[in-house]
Design a protein around this ligand. Structure first.
Ligand code: DQA
Length: 146
């Protein structure tokens, strides 16, 4: 069974209440439920973590290497600022798939640069909750090719 770690970065615990015109009205628990269902249909298992702290996310990525076949991460605001998360992604062999609810390339200039994308296996953005579901599909597909 393919084992996937899903990491939600800062402020994603506020989904459903936060900037709903951009991120939609679906809360994180509902998104996680949809991810679980998709993973189940692909015979994959999934574990979830949400953190507002950069160091926590760095450690999660490092520890995941032994336990998981792939990581699906929405680094949220850290996408645009975190050299530490980028370096953590570079340091592990586990494929990392970057996802975003919004299309970061259609937004403010500061969001149009991702420090993570160059070191991720691939990036999916702009499809709302479906970005995560596509990320899960990509993770299963990647793990199958290993
Ligand atoms: C986000 C995009 C980021 O720019 C932003 O800081 C977020 C969410 C997205 O999922 O669209 O918090 O990662």
């Amino acid at each position: 069974m393919v084992k996937i770690l899903v990491i939600h970065g800062p402020n994603l615990n506020l989904l459903g209440k936060r900037e709903t015109d951009i991120y939609g009205k679906t809360d994180l628990q509902t998104i996680n439920g949809k991810i679980s269902k998709r993973a189940e249909s692909l015979k994959a298992s999934v574990e979830f973590h949400q953190s507002n702290h950069e160091g926590d996310i760095v450690e999660m990525i490092g520890k995941a290497a032994k336990k998981f076949d792939a990581i699906v991460i929405n680094p949220a605001a850290y996408t645009h600022t975190s050299v530490a998360i980028r370096d953590a992604v570079s340091a592990v062999d586990t494929p990392v798939i970057e996802v975003h609810l919004s299309n970061i390339y259609a937004r403010e200039e500061f969001r149009q640069k991702s420090l993570i994308s160059p070191v991720a296996k691939g990036t999916i953005c702009g499809f709302g909750t479906d970005s995560y579901l596509l990320g899960i599909e990509a993770a299963v597909s990647m793990a199958g090719k290993k």
